[in-house]
Write a protein that binds this ligand. Sequence first.
Ligand code: IVH
Length: 672
Amino acid sequence: MKRSQAERRLRDLRAELRHHDYLYHVKDRPEISDEAYDALFAELRAVEAAFPDLVTPDSPTQRVGGAVFDRFPTVPHAAPMLSLDSDRDEAAVRRFDARLRKELGDAGVQYVLEPKLDGASVELVYEDGALVRAATRGDGVNGEGITENVRTIPSVPLRLDPRGPAVGFVALRGEVIMRLSGFEQLNERLLEQGGEPFANPRNAAAGSLRQLDPTITAQRPLDLYVYDVLAARGVSFASHDAMLTAIRTWGFPVSELIRSGRTADDIVAYHAGLLARRDDLDFEIDGVVIKLDDVAARDRLGVTARHPRWAYAFKFPPRKEVTRVLKIIASVGRTGVVTPVAMMRPVELGGVTVSRATLHNREEVARKDIREGDLVRVQRAGDVIPQVVERIEESDRRRGPRFRLPDTCPSCGTGLIERGPFTVCPNGFRCQAQLAGRIQHFASRHALDIQGLGEESSKLLVAEGLVTRLDQLFDLTEQDLLPLEGFAEKSAANLIAAIQGAADVDVARLLLGLGIPEVGVAVARALAAHFGTLVALRAADEAALEAVEGVGPKMAEQIRAFFRDARNAEALDRLVAKVRLREAPRAASAGSALAGRTFVFTGGLAALSRDEAEALVGAHGGRTVSAVSKKTDYVVAGTDPGSKLAKAERLGVPVLDETGFLALLREHGIRA
Ligand code: IVH
């Protein structure tokens, strides 16, 4: 390739990759497959390797640098990063509104209402379109230079989208956050590695930004929302709304929860609305921010020593409180992990009354040294189980003995084993607590969503011996439930109806309900969308699984192991026989069930000849080819398979054995 050709190709490749990064990380609406993206990225790397002097710092290949730092430089902000005056009290917010009306007149008051994101505030500086600097808030005047770390956040553009206003210099302000799903996974990972978990997503975000090794930051699930232009040369904005539009067109994520409002009642309603949705969001917000829309009016109002007089934070009730531990119990979860749980004097956390909080594992109990009777600080984030953050020292009180987890399972009496920092009951489904936990999880909101089948009724069904396997739930009758404590005719009928209704289930929900280690809502949905059918998913090997968004090597191994386990496979077969699975076969088009699918056969089949198999595939719109490629949808491996099997495994193509193949046909209503 000639140098001039390389220059052109590099420019095109970078623009294209930037566009797809934006669609993927900011819009959450990718338009090309991971494979197609990887191919573009590989080409960019190859051309850059051939012409190293053409590598630019804003190239998509340059997100994660190699250097490790020994400290962060102090950098002055382009403009002071002010903080907000705030209150939890509605009356204070109404006073703020009244003051603005008095100074500006009713006609001048128009607000932009935003969620108050609970993360780490950052400044991002772009010169001639390229990200040149990023800093923490610090004392508001100077921050710490964390440019290399911020570059690793996928939703941070390394270059402004030229469709936005042209600016030689712009400093933006936003919030780096960690989503709750990522936060939980990170904490699990840290605990497994024997490290300390982060107390909350804000600490996790701030801590991840302050890593001296950017490759560590790159592994942390960080995200960004931008909400302000701190300073700019070459553009100005008449309103906050216009500013947000520019921020959006430059390619930054801007919260979709932002609204406009005119009156104090609008503010109160917005606050109440977001408070009600708080637990459903995948990130923490700790209030709402009210901003005067008109920039000229803002300038007239000015700032106090620390706060702008044109903005106000209306905070939510706190999710952190102090209470006393009454008792510590050992709770056996659905996966057999025995968790120390603090039973506490009930306390209100962000609008919900809480009386139990997790102490994670025996190492955490030891580290925090929490004992029965202690005064503790507890907190809650999203739907996440409340946790004990720390003990509060009381000099004048004699403390009880240290807490120790028992040696045997409090539910089934089996000897407990230690797995890393965790203590585990190895008795599986035969342990009543684990079975009840599995049922409860199976019935939970994002899984089969069976109303009325919560913790208590799950325990009851297990204790009464009515359910020893998940599929038996679907055999329950009203007569079974009526003799149980707490059930009357109506509640029994309701639960049975709910169970029968839930039998109509899609793959994602069923998958989540199975309780495969590490598979949460997002991953279950991604797996279902990717594979379309349960059969395809069950046949997938690690490489095929890793091709799915959010699935790493460890998770792929867990999923594969789960489906490989003979007992799981049997339980799943029984379950599938009792539900009506709604599947969305990949790329199937009307009329022909296997349209667009390519098959490769290797090895001998027993129930039908190779010709018959190929004819069946062809008759239903599928295609049989002889060579395995990345595009192959399935390799069907019979007895004595050839090298095609190895190739399929290498490429991550789903492999079906004969039973799997027949099941796939059945699923599509094809009779062999
Ligand atoms: S505006 C002059 N908007 O809340 C404007 N701040 O003290 C100042 N925050 O640490 C900030 N979400 O990092 C603004 N939508 C939002 C925000 C927000 C979160 C943080 C900010 C600061 C604190 C306010």
